[in-house]
Design a protein around this ligand. Sequence first.
Ligand SMILES: Cc1ncc(COP(=O)(O)O)c(C=O)c1O
Length: 306
Amino acid sequence: MSENNLNIQMVDLKSQYMKIKPQVDQAINDVLSSTQFINGEHVKSFQNELAAYLDVKHVITCANGTDALQISMMALGLKPGDEIITPSFTYIATTEVIGLLGLKPVFVDCNPENFNISVDEVEKAITKKTKAIVPVHLFGQSSDMKSIMSLAKKYNLFVIEDNAQAIGSDYLGFNQPQKTGTIGNIGCTSFFPSKNLGCFGDGGAMMTNDDELAKKLRMIANHGQSKRYYHDIVGCNSRLDNIQAAVLRIKLKELDQYILNRQKAANYYDQNLKDLDQLTLPFRNLDSNHVFHQYTLKLDDSICKR
Ligand SMILES: Cc1ncc(COP(=O)(O)O)c(C=O)c1O
C-alpha cells in the first residue's frame, strides 16, 4: 500500500476528532460554563442547520435513532394491530419499535443486489390492515422511493424512512435530487458515533415537511407537552442534549467531506478487490448516490465453507 493509500479511511473517529478538536473542545467547554444542558441554543441551531442541509422544513432532534422511529409511529397515530411493512433485513431497531408499540411487523424481502426493500414484494404484502411502509436505506443508498411513494399514494399509506445509515445521500429518481429522509411523511436518523454524522454518545432526529406532524413529534419527544407542564398527549423523554448538539453542529460542516472519504475508500476497495471472483462487490444504485455507511461484500459459498 502506498503512503497515499494509507490516508484512505472509511471512518476513523480518532482522526476525525483530532481534526476538529479545538472547535469541539471549545464548544463543549462553553456548554459546561453555560450549564444549559438540555434543549439549549445548540439544539435549536443544529435543528435549523440540519434542516437547511437536507432542504426539509422541520428537523426535530431526539435521544437516538430508535426513539426517532418510535416517536414517528406514535405521531402518526398507529394503533396496536396495524400492519407495518418493513424489510426483513435491517438493524433490529426498525422492527423493535413496531413490536414495542404492539403494531404488527410484516416482513418483506430485500433486493438481493442492493439489500433494500423489494417494491414488488411490498405491494404483495399490502392488506386492509396495512398502515405504513418503513423502507430502510441500508448501508448508505436510497431505497426505490419513487415506487414506494406511488404505492403509498395508491393504498393511502404512511411512509417512514429509516435513514440511520444514509444521511447525506441524494435520491435521484425524481426530477430534482432529494435527500433521503425527506421524501416520506417522516424520515428518521441516528447520530450513533460511527454513523456518517455521529455525535459523542447517542442522538437521533426526525425530519418532516408537515407542520402538524412536526408539532406532534416535538411534543411526543418532550413528555407530550408543547407548553411546560401541560401534557396534552402521551409522550416520552427523548431529547438531544446540548453538548451532543454542539458537537453535531461542528461535524455537520464536515459531513460532505466525511462522505467523500467513505466514497474514496469504497472506490479503493472496489479497485483492489475486483479481481477476486469469490467476492461480489457492493452494488451501486443508479438512482441514488451511495454514502457508504458500510462497505458490504457478498462472499461466495466456497469462502464461507472454509
Ligand atoms: C438502520 C438503522 N435503524 C435504526 C438504528 C437505530 O439508531 P440508534 O442506535 O441511534 O438507536 C440504527 C443504528 O444502528 C440503524 O442502523
